[in-house]
Design a protein around this ligand. Structure first.
Ligand SMILES: C[S@@+](CC[C@H](N)C(=O)[O-])C[C@H]1O[C@@H](n2cnc3c(N)ncnc32)[C@H](O)[C@@H]1O
Length: 225
């Protein structure tokens, strides 16, 4: 078995500790505070997040969607695949090094999505991007952490709070879709989504394409038209 090689490391803004990028043969891993956040061999549910949310809005004339964060670019690639040529995809990433890694070591994993002319990258907390505009997005997809319970950035709790959900709802166009990824179910979060007035569907999807028993949770929360 090949050993893991550390390729680079960076500070997570807001005292989130160190984020590290490792490679072992063709496999990549990103960790935060020495916990694995993302592995390139497992992205079935990250793809599904974009597929499920974008399918809902792909028929609109010029769909505009927001993804937070970039990670290894799999959700972004899936969004591009499920949206047409007129779409605009804004991707907000908190850690500048992650954008740099997607332009270098990780670029080919998801077929260089940052080079697609429909993509705008914002190096920013997605929570701030959400608050910039109202009725601006047809869909918002959040995969910034292990789920509503956080790991990367303590401030992420705000995104999943009632206030964060209200902000996401305000940033969505009528009938728009909020998609949220999580490693685990979270009944309290389901309740909060419902309390914020979304029409919700909770689905479990395979972590790794058609293989393996491990499953992740995706909430699809529709802003009523
Ligand atoms: C699990 S990864 C995302 C994986 C991604 N869905 C994919 O397909 O590769 C989480 C990403 O969100 C970023 N992130 C964490 N908190 C964030 C925030 N508040 N705003 C924007 N990006 C954030 C992390 O730096 C990391 O790149």
């Amino acid at each position: 078995m090949n050993p893991w090689v550390l390729l680079d490391e960076a500070e997570v803004p807001g005292d989130g500790g160190k984020m590290k990028l490792y490679q072992r043969a063709f496999e990549f891993s990103i960790s935060v505070k020495n916990d694995e956040l993302m592995n390139s061999r497992m992205h079935g549910s990250e793809d599904a997040l974009a597929e499920l949310a974008c399918k809902h809005v792909a028929d609109r004339p010029t769909p505009r969607v927001l993804i937070g964060g970039l990670g290894m670019g799999f959700t972004l690639r899936a969004a591009l695949e499920h949206l047409g040529a007129n779409a605009e995809v804004v991707v907000a990433e908190l850690v500048p090094a992650v954008v740099k890694w997607n332009q270098s070591h990780l670029a080919d994993l998801a077929e260089r999505p940052l080079e697609d002319s429909r993509v705008e990258v914002r190096v920013s907390d997605v929570g701030l991007v959400i608050k910039e505009q109202t009725e601006a997005y047809d869909a918002i997809m959040l995969d910034v952490d292990n789920g509503p319970d956080g790991l990367t950035h303590e401030g992420n709790d705000r995104l999943y709070s009632r206030g964060g959900l209200n902000a996401a709802k305000a940033a969505l166009k009528p009938g728009g879709m909020l998609g949220v990824w999580s490693a685990e179910p979270d009944p309290a979060f389901t309740k909060r989504l419902r309390g914020a007035g979304f029409k919700i569907k909770e689905v479990t999807v395979r972590a790794r394409g058609k293989r393996g028993g491990r499953r992740h949770t995706i909430w699809l929360a529709e802003k009523k038209a």
